[in-house]
Design a binder for this molecule. Structure first.
Ligand code: GDP
Ligand code: MG
Length: 896
């Protein structure tokens, strides 16, 4: 802040301006008149001066205020056996209030005394006004609230004056609270006389509280009250001090029951306040009959207080991680000056815009007689996550099986056979590039299968905390045996604690040696059941189908043992297996449902994205109404592309979903920025610290998240003692200008996996000399980088893009299918070379040309700037705006 004038400051602090002026003068601060300004420092030194002038031996207090964090309130329980022997053990709640000791006591007492006098005056005024006039109801109410505030303040004061740790039951407080609903109900009726009577009692009490000497009396008062309550509860010795504890409703009910007898409990089992209130309001004193005189008389005093027609407005204030003084004042419905005053008492000079931490704000709230609750920033998220699995009933669900194993051992073929389709034929290089998720219905039950592009994807998902796999099928080719990735798969599965069933594949081959596989696997603690181990082994052939029913049986047997369940009738939850951006359809996410049923129209939150399920498809792309547990589904309608492994959950409230998504986005941006900075710093340091260790920065762009993930993990593993592979980023989508900028800034090589750079990106790559590499097979990329790392030499290129054509028009003919009318925009397109079809700079098809024509003539080559007609073999889905890229592959002799 901002300097204020003496007059303003006096208002804030609540003392006359001339008094403040004289205090300032005493403190040696020059302030001429009410309108002179004083600075923050001057305020601080004034505070120091005031303290010093009140206490002599306290050196610390004279200096600038010091913040000390204190434990304010602790609740504990004491269990004791009942003396009456009727109710068994009792629980006594003890509240310990610890008070700060670093603020000069005298100054507080002075301030308090002054304030109390003011309050008492107010109360007197109120009495006069009330006695003299018949005020409007609203006015009366206002007054009452004021009074009650005063009462609450007094309550605190009396405790504050004690200024030390003190264990005592806070019956007074609880009574105040207890009577408030009653007071509200009655506030219209009570006779003025009664009110005055109540106020008299209070003023009397005030007087006691005002003087520290009154403390023993106050304590006596307390004791009497406790005794009364004990009497109420039927304990003659009075050892049991039941007290309020809002956070433990059970206890409260118990207390209500003890205090009010059976009828109270029955009347309002869940609301102890009401239970007590009713007892008091109805004037039902029969329950005190036969008690000692003393307790009876005190009870009547209590009753009198119960009837006091004022209601303390006790609030529960939610305090976020940080809160400004102004915000806090608003939450408390007081002027900011009140909060500043309160802070000053704690020795904190605060301005109206000053941001307070949770602890300090909590102290202020408590000092002002209210209660508080710390609120974390992402409370909405926490609540939603916590409530996600509440309710519903457990039902059996199908197992989710992940197929793992060395490349080419037949994972995809096996799945293909199981679901009778030919997925492998369409894959580039015959290697699974995307996560496939399928379910099959067998005679004995349903099984969901997941085919991953690598173990890395499996582990990347697991590292995000989502366990989706119940069983791992380890595919080992009987003719090839245990290979490096077989071992990796075992490690990954074991780390995840997932049972492994071994499928010994290619059993149809004459050179198959299944026993050798068993032998080799036993070295990795995968022991067949018939050898006394716990792993089922099944000999299969993905080619002939031999043994596949046995494999399914083994899976179902294993899942039966596991007794897998999911919750039904709760909002659906699941995990993203795969996600990508589709030009026409927007973000497309493959999700595995884990609980509940996902339906079209549901609002879902996934990672930092959210949206309404616009379209829900099954694994074959057919629209479905809903999808149940353990089933894969394709979802359209998300706000963006989520990450593989992100949680998915249905949220009823779209606003909440958006709020959480935006919150996460903010967080994500922060971490991403931090990461980027770190990447650059890392590099900086690696060059600074030791010239020996080199860092290869890699920026990956991929068509789908799964491949990006797999590449990232595999490349990171190539790091050695001499070289570190640092993944700057691994994102989904075509390469644009800003990607290239990032690559330049982070001095990284760019890997485009099944994606290409757009025109502006290409230009920038060209002009800046960015090292960009395109791949369509993960292992090629890894291979190249590995080679590059051995001495950081430029690896041999195997592929060269020689031409690029843009589709301007598409003609369809029944005889030859689709012909794309194209313009060659770069290089040459050659009839004999392989091609790829790109959409949005993402590779969507790889194959060869059926025809290449200029006008009516078949040609072998078309140059840049020329129009031509292109027919792609076995592919009729070409669209306007697609690009056709022509490339050449060549072998480079390997250097050993
Ligand atoms: P993946 O990399 O593990 O997914 O392996 P693929 O399913 O792509 O199969 C690799 C190669 O092995 C393909 O050429 C398949 O035709 C062949 N293959 C897979 N299973 C069998 C089998 O049981 N018998 C024989 N003879 N060949 C198989
Ligand atoms: Mg495969």
């Amino acid at each position: 802040m901002s300097d204020v004038t003496v007059k303003q400051f006096a208002e804030i602090v609540g003392i006359p301006a001339d008094k403040l002026l004289s205090q300032l003068k005493e403190a040696g601060i020059s302030a001429e008149s009410e309108n002179s300004t004083i600075t923050d420092e001057e305020k601080t030194s004034l505070l120091g001066f005031l303290r010093a002038s009140h206490g002599k031996d306290d050196d610390e207090a004279a200096s600038a205020p010091k913040k000390i964090t204190l434990k304010r309130k602790t609740h504990s329980e004491i269990k004791m056996s009942s003396t009456s022997g009727q109710r068994g053990a009792r629980t006594v709640n003890v509240e310990v209030r610890k008070k700060r000791t670093y603020v000069k006591r005298t100054s507080i007492i002075d301030e308090e005394r002054k304030r109390l006098e003011d309050e008492a005056q107010k109360i007197k005024d109120a009495e006069e006004v009330q006695a003299a006039q018949d005020l409007a109801k609203a006015e009366v109410e206002e007054k009452q609230q004021e009074d009650v505030k005063a009462a609450a303040a007094l309550e605190i004061t009396s405790q504050e004056v004690e200024q030390q740790e003190q264990a005592k039951p806070a019956e007074t407080v609880s009574e105040e609270e207890v009577k408030q609903p009653e007071a509200i109900q009655q506030e219209v009726e009570p006779a003025v006389a009664e009110k005055v009577e109540a106020e008299d009692t209070k003023v009397e009490k005030d007087k006691k509280a005002k003087k520290p000497e009154a403390q023993p009396k106050e304590e006596l008062d307390e004791k009497q009250k406790i005794a009364a309550l004990e009497a109420e509860m039927g304990t003659a010795e009075g050892k049991d001090h039941a007290r309020k504890d809002d956070k433990k409703p059970k206890k409260a009910v118990k207390k209500a029951k003890a205090a009010g007898g059976k009828e109270f409990f029955e009347e309002a089992p869940s609301n102890k306040k009401r239970a007590k209130k009713k007892g008091a309001a109805s004037g039902d004193r029969s329950r005190f009959k036969g008690r000692s005189k003393q307790s009876a008389s005190i009870t009547s005093t209590l009753t009198q207080e119960f009837e006091k027609p004022t209601a303390p407005v006790l609030k529960e204030v939610h305090i976020p991680e940080t809160v400004s003084v102004a915000e806090l004042a608003k939450k408390l419905s007081v002027k900011a000056g009140e909060v500043i005053k309160e802070l000053m008492k704690m020795g904190i000079m605060a301005t109206i815009n000053q941001v307070l931490d949770q602890e300090t704000a909590g102290l202020v709230v408590e000092e002002m007689g209210h209660s508080y609750k710390f609120q974390s920033e992402n409370e909405v998220e926490e609540n939603v996550l916590r409530d996600a699995h509440i309710g519903g009933e457990e039902v059996a669900r199908p197992p989710v099986v992940t197929v793992m194993g060395h490349v080419d051992h037949g994972k995809t073929s096996l799945l293909d056979y199981i679901r009778n389709s030919r997925v492998t034929s369409g894959e580039a290089g015959g290697i699974t590039q995307h996560i496939g998720a399928y379910h099959v219905e067998t005679d004995k039950g349903v099984v969901s299968f997941i085919d991953t592009p690598g173990h890395a994807a499996f582990t990347a998902m697991r590292s995000r905390g989502s366990k989706i796999t119940d069983i791992v099928i380890l595919v080992v080719a009987a003719d090839d045996g245990v290979m490096p990735q077989t071992v990796e798969a075992i490690q990954h599965a074991k780390a995840a604690g997932v049972p492994i069933i071994v499928a010994v594949n290619k059993i149809d081959k004459p050179e198959a040696q299944p026993d050798k596989v068993k032998q080799a696997l036993s070295g990795y603690e995968i022991i067949p059941e018939d050898w006394g181990g716990e792993n089922m082994f099944v000999n299969v052939s993905a080619k002939t189908g031999d043994g596949i029913p046995d494999l399914l049986d083994a899976i179902l047997l294993q899942s039966e043992i596991m007794e897998l369940t999911a919750k039904k009738n709760i909002p659906a939850t699941g995990v993203v297996l795969e996600a990508s951006l589709d030009k026409g359809r927007g973000p497309v996410a493959t999700i595995l449902i884990q609980h509940g049923d996902l339906a079209k129209g549901d609002i879902i939150l996934s990672g930092k994205e959210f949206g309404r399920v616009r379209s829900l498809l099954d694994e074959d792309g057919k629209p479905v109404k809903n999808v149940g547990a353990s089933m894969p589904a394709v979802v359209l309608g998300l706000s963006g592309v989520p990450n593989a492994g992100d949680d998915v959950m249905v949220i009823q409230d779209e606003k909440k979903a958006r709020e959480i998504a935006l919150f996460r986005q903010g967080k994500y941006r922060d971490t991403k920025l931090a990461q980027q900075k770190a990447a650059k710093l890392d590099q900086f340091f690696s060059q600074m610290d030791d010239g020996e260790k080199a860092t290869l920065n890699v920026f990956i762009k991929s068509d789908v998240q799964g491949s990006a993930e797999a590449l990232q993990e595999s490349l990171k593993k190539l790091s050695t003692d001499e070289v570190t592979v640092n993944i700057v980023a691994a994102n989904v989508g075509g390469i644009n200008e800003s990607d290239v900028h990032l690559a330049i800034a982070s001095q990284s090589i760019l890997i485009g996996f099944n994606v290409r750079a757009d025109a502006t990106g290409r230009r920038l790559i060209e002009s800046e000399g960015v090292d960009i590499r395109y791949y369509s097979v993960i292992y090629d990329a890894i291979d190249d980088v590995r080679k590059a790392l051995s001495g950081l030499l430029s690896p041999e290129m195997k592929e060269n893009i020689i031409g690029l054509a843009e589709v301007r028009d598409v003609f369809r003919s029944s005889a030859i299918g689709a012909i794309a009318g194209c313009l060659v925009i770069e290089g040459n397109v050659k009839r004999s070379n392989p091609i790829r079809v790109l959409r949005d700079n993402i590779v969507i098809y790889e194959g060869e040309l059926e025809s290449l024509r200029r006008f009516k003539d078949d040609v072998n080559e078309v140059r840049s700037g020329t129009e031509c007609g292109i027919g792609v073999k076995n592919y009729n889905d070409v669209k306007v705006g697609d690009q056709i890229e022509c490339f050449e592959s060549y072998e480079v002799a390997r250097q050993l």
